[in-house]
Every structure is written in structure tokens, then in C-alpha cells.
Ligand binder design. Structure first.
Ligand SMILES: [Zn+2]
Length: 196
């Protein structure tokens, strides 16, 4: 929270908002040695979902070179139902973490995380292709948009529906577990304590 600037759009700044948004980032990176996502300086908070000029689409959040963006109403909704595998906070932090793994300063030396991200891709691509053939309805259909969305939706499902994820896609669940070095079915425990 101290390492980012929070900018509020069409809404009043409240002290607890950066705390909760940082909480989503900490939740995702709890098991990681490098967690600041220093490729991003600014977190933008919008009062509600918004339309981007670029494609005239409505967004609940997005990540760009200008920072991490989330709508506040949708962020709260994500945590108010913690069983539906929809969580925009975790979703956008997942995008940010992936971008940062390749562009962020502190990750230049962090090969292990990037290697694990690669292993996630190898395990995930067949599932992604199978979804396009109509298989697996564990992950939300939005995961089919492209492989970046597949990753972000996998993160939402990993945290909000770990039991079913583990049962239906055990190999992918294990990759997520190793990648993030934590297991939502065993909360509070960091799995890999070795550097990286
Ligand atoms: Zn996304």
C-alpha cells in the first residue's frame, strides 16, 4: 500500500479502500518472495464499471501501462460472494502479477517464478483448447477469451472454488499451487520457502 499511489475517480477517497485493494494483492502474492509488482506505480479506483474509449466496452477493471484499474462497486461484489469464482480484485492483480513478472525490476533476477509461470502455461493450454471444444465448465467462459484471461480466471477460481478446482483439474490445480506457493485449502501456509 505504501509503494503505490492510489487515485480515485468520480468518488471520495476513503482510508479503508487502499487497505482492501492491497489486501487482494497480498492474498495473491502471499507465497511469493517478490510481491511489490513494481512495474506499476498507480492503482486507479473508479466508483463503478466504466467504458474505455479504445473499444467502447464496459470494464470492471483492467491493467495497462498507466496502472492497475478497478471499479470499487465490482471489487466489493467480488468479495461479498466468495463462492462464485468471480472476484475482480484477484482478477486484475493476476494480470498485474503476470505483466510484472516480465517487465518489473525486482523480477529481473526471479527466474523461478517465470519458469513456474511457463509450467502453468504448458499445463493450462490443453485445458484452454478443451474449453474451446466445449469441455470443462469449472472455469468461467470468459477464460476462453485468450490465454491471459484464462490465467486471471484460473486465479479467481483457485481462491474461490479450490475444492472443485482440485477435483476437476488436479494437474492444473497443482501448477497453481506451486506457482503461487500457497494452497487455499491450507490457508496461511507458504509452500516453498526456498528463495525465488
Ligand atoms: Zn482480465
Amino acid at each position: 500500500m505504501q509503494s503505490k499511489e492510489f487515485r480515485f475517480h468520480s468518488m471520495v477517497e476513503e482510508e479503508y479502500i487502499p487497505v482492501l485493494i492491497s489486501g487482494a494483492a497480498v492474498q495473491l502474492t502471499f507465497g511469493l518472495r517478490n510481491y511489490l509488482m513494481d512495474d506499476f506505480d498507480v492503482i486507479h479506483v473508479m466508483r463503478k464499471e466504466y467504458v474505455l474509449n479504445i473499444d467502447k466496452e464496459t470494464y470492471y477493471g483492467h491493467v495497462s501501462k498507466n496502472g492497475i484499474h478497478t471499479s470499487w462497486n465490482r471489487f466489493l461484489e467480488g468479495y461479498s460472494d466468495y463462492t462464485d469464482s468471480v472476484n475482480v480484485g484477484l482478477h486484475e492483480m493476476a494480470h498485474a502479477l503476470q505483466v510484472d513478472a516480465y517487465l518489473g525490476m525486482e523480477d529481473h533476477h526471479d527466474r523461478t517464478f517465470k519458469e513456474r509461470l511457463q509450467e502453468f502455461s504448458e499445463e493450462g493450454k490443453p485445458v484452454f483448447r478443451a474449453m474451446h471444444k466445449g469441455m470443462s465448465h469449472l472455469l468461467d467462459d470468459y477464460a476462453m477469451t485468450n490465454f491471459d484471461e484464462f490465467w486471471a480466471v484460473s486465479v479467481e477460481t483457485f481462491f474461490e472454488n479450490p475444492q472443485e478446482f482440485k477435483e476437476k483439474l488436479p494437474a492444473l490445480y497443482e501448477e497453481m499451487r506451486q506457482l503461487l506457493s500457497q494452497d487455499p485449502l491450507e490457508p496461511g501456509r507458504v509452500l516453498n520457502t526456498t528463495p525465488g
